[in-house]
Design a binder for this molecule. Structure first.
Ligand code: C2E
Ligand code: CA
Ligand code: CA
Ligand code: CA
Length: 281
């Protein structure tokens, strides 16, 4: 029996070691990918639920490595966070989002009518000085701050509330809007909502998808919507995959929707085609 337990421990250690090695391999590859510009941004439309009009695009990191393998953000973002590579990755994403918006504006002969949402990781906010990074991107690409919506998670606020509050006010002073991402999945103390300058609550997909057939989910969505309304915040529902869901959310007073009903994350040029088509209509 003892031998069996010993082997079990050994297997566990071997597995842990293999996992650590895989993580390290991915970290090395990701460091090169950032340096060699193998990353790109995909853009997913966010629509006004009542009218269906596109109002913004969320910028989502994509990584195709030199052997052609497409890695998922759910795999490489955690590695970037653990290794600190989220700092250069996040700086790149902000600048690339601004560069793309400048391109879209130029292609439309002026303001293209869209905002871009950029994700800020809690680890990135702890380790980097974000407001100057955002300001530099605005200046470099000649854009007003109100063209950006920055998405934060509750974990950023938990880590260092006072410092994060200062950063959020500095970002607001640049003209950007702030969204609380994946709302409802993290921190449960809601006191921060009244103290921090949050414009939008993004309702996590885990509550939205399947809510039509689940009384508990719909109750949570309703509660988040009434909380946001009471606090004067707008709302975005993630994971809107059907027309019925979009109509129900609109009837409940949700402001925006994002999901496969409207489009999957698109290459920047395909997003531009969508903008141009919407402007012509
Ligand atoms: P997120 O911020 O919650 O982004 C939304 C995710 O939901 C995206 O996954 C998007 O492709 C997916 N999605 C959108 N609509 C639907 C839908 O209707 N159904 C389903 N099933 N999924 C939908 P993606 O692109 O794989 O990104 C995963 C996460 O990785 C993001 O979640 C975000 O937390 C993180 N991430 C992506 N890019 C960046 C980045 O540049 N910086 C940081 N810090 N995080 C990023
Ligand atoms: Ca997000
Ligand atoms: Ca989200
Ligand atoms: Ca989410």
């Amino acid at each position: 029996k003892r031998a069996k337990t010993g082997r079990h421990v050994e297997n566990y250690q071997t597995q842990a070691f293999t996992l650590a090695r895989q993580q390290f391999a991915m970290e090395t590859a990701l460091r090169r990918a950032i340096e060699e510009r193998q990353l790109r941004l995909a853009f997913q439309p966010i629509c006004d639920l009542a009218s269906g009009a596109i109002v913004s695009f969320e910028a989502l990191a994509r990584w195709r490595d030199s052997s052609g393998v497409e890695h998922q953000p759910s795999d490489f973002i955690p590695v970037a966070e653990e290794s600190g590579l989220i700092v250069p990755l996040g700086r790149w994403a902000m600048d690339e989002a601004a560069r793309t918006l400048r391109w879209w504006d130029d292609a439309c002969g002026g303001h293209c009518g869209m905002r871009v949402a950029v994700n800020l990781s809690a680890i990135q906010m702890q380790r980097d000085d974000i407001a100057p990074v955002v300001e530099a991107a605005l200046i470099r690409h000649d854009l007003a701050g109100d063209r950006f919506n920055l998405e934060l998670t509750e974990s950023a606020i938990v880590s260092d509330p006072d410092r994060i509050a200062g950063i959020m006010h500095a970002l607001k002073a640049l003209g950007t809007s702030l969204a609380m991402d994946d709302f409802g999945t993290g921190y449960s103390n809601l006191a921060y909502l009244q103290k921090l300058p949050i414009d939008i609550l993004k309702i996590d997909r885990s509550f939205v998808s399947g809510m039509l057939a689940d009384r508990d989910k719909i109750a949570i969505v309703r509660a988040i919507l009434s909380l946001a309304q009471a606090l004067g915040m707008r709302t975005t529902a993630e994971g809107v995959e059907s027309n019925e869901l979009a109509q129900t959310l609109a009837a409940l007073g949700c402001t925006y929707g994002q999901g496969y009903l409207y489009a999957r994350p698109l290459e920047a040029e395909d997003a531009l085609s969508m903008i141009v088509a919407a402007r012509a209509a």
